[in-house]
Design a protein around this ligand. Structure first.
Ligand code: C2E
Ligand code: CA
Ligand code: CA
Length: 700
């Protein structure tokens, strides 16, 4: 079911964030001792006792870094520790092969920023490198290397003579446990073999996108979990009458029973695209590995085709999502007809498809298939009585290399596709060696985002109106971030927020959003504005102060700002988060829980934290009116919210039917394409002028 798919997507994102954070944490811990005059002085003097107590053995014991080494300027190990005990320095040689490329890269980075300075300190402070590596005997580790640098101007550091601090954390239970606990993931483990089909997983890749292994866990089905979780919450002393409670509980139990999907169905869902019924990304990856294994035995070539529909987004926007969905299904049918039985066609997401073509004799064979696909897709489609045309761009990569990695092939097909699109639509492009690689693309995107932030160029906010019920007036608006990239065009937040999170730009980006939204709202007649805040922004324990500063600076009253957070944040159960939320709410800012129902759906934390509003996720709203189960879950959420004195917004309202059901259920506020799409600030002003009496009301 879709809700569980959406939830799986969110679990995957949690694991990705957890991984990124776990590795990002190591350098911070290293710097607690490695940026320090004393560390430099004592290394130079090779003061054993001091180093043991303050830098090496200490760090391995205190932060539980499995191995800690210091390398001298020739990259030779001077000292090492494991579990707080000294180990022979030359035990580093075991790790050398895996780690040396990182060491050399870091040295090169340091040399390039220090130039011909006399003192490298200021240039290299903050530099470092971290990555996942495979160590001998199949063990895998997160490694971080930082130069040891002076902390004051009193000491000089000659460029090229720096010591390097190396921390190695193997990815074992101690590494995964905190991630599992933080995001409530069951049986989270790291494995190197493809996980079983009943497990959810995320591929762990290194900086060059090579596959290192998988984080895998037992997936949660929150639609059912939600129901179970409502039980204890409902038992708490809310203002629900006893009879009401009993009825609510009964209905919830009934709903939960119906929501159980059979094992076989779950299995099918895990490997097939719910929309088109063809293999999904998970099965695709599996088949690709199989194809490569087979190729090693039979000596034929394997071709990987990545397909992307041209003009799909436009079509989706103009004809509606239902038509878009129908088109995707028709496309997948045509693809299945064109390929041979031994080939695989999969939907990777959105309008992206992939084809694994096995047993290819030469490049021409792959090109012929791609041409047939282009011809087939260019034939008109018939969607709800209308004739529609779309095109397709195809990137191809071919291999006969026995030790070709699947990840490498995917990366190259991606680059070829990107190139095909850039060359004009409706084309095929075969990957050739000197194409820019995906890593560089990602780095370029990061660089452009930094630049966009610094120069305040290309970033803007659109606002999606939110309507109160039953009056149907615009009662507020949600700010949604937009980035028009000079080459890539309009990027959706989903395409760059996670990059910003991964690369440490989210704080800056988030403050920019808050600032712009508050500035806009202060001079607008909109009653209030809602701003999405990433969980990572809450790591800054000054976050609440910064928000209050922005309000003071822009002159926006606190009760005209709403902050949208996600359930995962509350689950962290962190005192910092709790303090921040309390501070915001005491100041009068409202807190809304976004995407409610798809996360971990634990109701008990709602009481601990207290939030002002629930936003029922689009995936529930989407299925309203299609069966009793969803309708009654939504009803329960609304009842629960009312009992806890929270407001409820339904997101993603697209049809009149959904709207009228929500009306009947007494939902407080509605948001969705049916009522209004996200629009510019100016358009919102015009809309307000048309539809509202000028009186301001700031009721959430
Ligand atoms: P969200 O918070 O769930 O925001 C609602 C998303 O659903 C928006 O997509 C909106 O355009 C879309 N939407 C609204 N009504 C409908 C509807 O009726 N049907 C359909 N199919 N979609 C609808 P958008 O703008 O692409 O944003 C995607 C996500 O990106 C947001 O999801 C939010 O999580 C994140 N995001 C957006 N702006 C920011 C930001 O400034 N900061 C952070 N941290 N995240 C942001
Ligand atoms: Ca939101
Ligand atoms: Ca949402």
């Amino acid at each position: 079911m879709r809700i569980d798919d959406r939830s799986l997507a969110r679990q995957i994102r949690s694991v990705e964030i957890g991984l990124a954070e776990a590795i990002a944490e190591i350098p911070v811990e290293q710097d607690s001792s490695a940026i320090w005059d004393d560390a430099v002085v004592n290394l130079r003097a090779n003061n054993e006792a001091w180093l043991a107590e303050n830098l090496i053995e200490w760090m391995s014991e205190y932060y539980r870094h499995d191995y800690v080494y210091v390398l001298d300027r020739h990259n030779l190990p001077m000292r090492g520790a494991s579990s707080g005990e000294k180990v022979e320095a030359n035990s580093f040689e075991v790790f050398r092969r895996a780690i040396q490329p990182l060491v050399l890269q870091l040295r090169a980075d340091m040399a390039s920023v220090s130039g011909d300075r006399e003192d490298s300190t200021s240039a290299i402070t903050g530099l470092g490198i971290a990555d996942f590596v495979t160590l001998p005997e199949q063990s895998v580790a997160a490694v971080s290397i930082r130069p040891v640098v002076p902390s004051s101007g009193a000491l000089k550091q000659v460029p090229g003579e720096e010591y390097l601090h190396v921390s190695i954390k193997t990815i074992a239970e101690a590494f995964t446990r905190p991630i599992a606990a933080r995001f409530s993931l069951r049986e989270l483990q790291f494995v190197t073999a493809v996980p079983n089909s009943d497990r959810a997983w995320v591929a762990v890749r290194d900086r060059s996108y090579s596959l290192i292994g998988y984080m895998t866990w037992s997936p949660d089905r929150p639609a059912s979990a939600l129901v179970l979780d409502l039980l204890p919450a409902a038992g708490l002393s809310f203002a629900v009458g006893v009879t009401g409670l009993v009825l609510l509980l009964r209905r919830l139990r009934r709903t939960s029973a119906k929501l159980e999907v059979s094992e076989a169905q779950a299995q099918y869902l895990a490997f097939h695209d719910p929309l088109c019924g063809i293999p999904n990304r998970a099965l695709f990856e599996d088949r690709l590995d199989q194809a490569l294994a087979m190729m090693r035995r039979t000596k034929g070539k394997v071709a990987l085709h990545f397909l992307d529909l041209d003009g799909f987004k436009h079509l989706n926007d103009t004809l509606g999502h239902a038509a878009g969905d129908e088109l995707l299904c028709q496309v997948s049918k045509r693809l299945r007809i064109v390929i041979r039985e031994t080939d695989t066609v999969a939907r990777l997401g959105g309008d992206e498809f992939a084809i694994i073509q096995v047993d290819v004799a030469e490049q021409l064979g792959a090109e012929r298939l791609a041409e047939r696909i282009i011809a087939s897709i260019s034939e008109p489609f018939h969607l709800s009585g209308e004739e529609v045309r779309v095109g397709v761009s195809i990137g191809i990569v071919l291999t006969s290399e026995p030790d070709c990695a699947a990840a490498d092939l995917r990366r190259k097909a991606d680059i070829a596709l990107y190139q095909a699109k850039a060359n004009g639509r409706g084309r095929l492009q075969v990957f050739v060696g000197d194409m820019d690689d995906a890593v560089r693309q990602k780095q370029a995107l990061e660089r452009d985002l930094r630049l966009a932030l610094r120069e305040e160029r290309g970033l803007r906010l659109d606002y999606q109106p939110i309507f109160s019920r039953p009056s149907s007036e615009v009662c507020g608006a949600e700010a949604l971030l937009r980035w028009s990239h000079s080459e890539l065009g309009q990027l959706r937040p989903d395409e760059f927020i996670s990059l910003a999170e991964e690369r440490g730009l989210i704080d800056q980006l988030g403050l920019w959003v808050l600032n712009s939204a508050c500035r806009y709202a202060a001079k607008s007649s909109i009653p209030w504005v809602a701003v999405n805040v990433s969980p990572l922004q809450f790591r800054d324990d000054c976050f609440a102060d910064r928000v209050l500063e922005i309000l003071a600076l822009t002159g926006l009253a606190p009760d005209r700002l709403e902050i949208e957070i996600t359930e995962g944040l509350l689950l962290q159960n962190s005192p910092v988060v709790q303090a921040t939320l309390t501070k915001l709410r005491v100041a009068g800012i409202r807190v809304a829980l976004d995407d409610f129902g798809t996360g971990y759906s634990s109701i008990s934390y709602l009481r601990t934290y207290g939030v002002d509003k629930l936003k029922i996720d689009r995936s529930f709203v989407e299925q309203l009116g299609q069966g009793q189960d969803i309708d009654s879950i939504v009803r329960s959420i609304i009842e629960l919210a009312r009992a806890m004195r929270m407001r409820v917004t339904a997101e993603g309202v697209e049809t009149d039917l959904q709207r009228s059901i929500l009306d009947d259920l007494g939902c407080d506020q509605l948001q969705g394409f049916l009522l209004a799409r996200p629009i510019s600030g100016d358009e919102l002003e015009r809309l307000l002028a048309r539809t509202r009496t000028p009186a301001l009301s700031a009721v959430g």
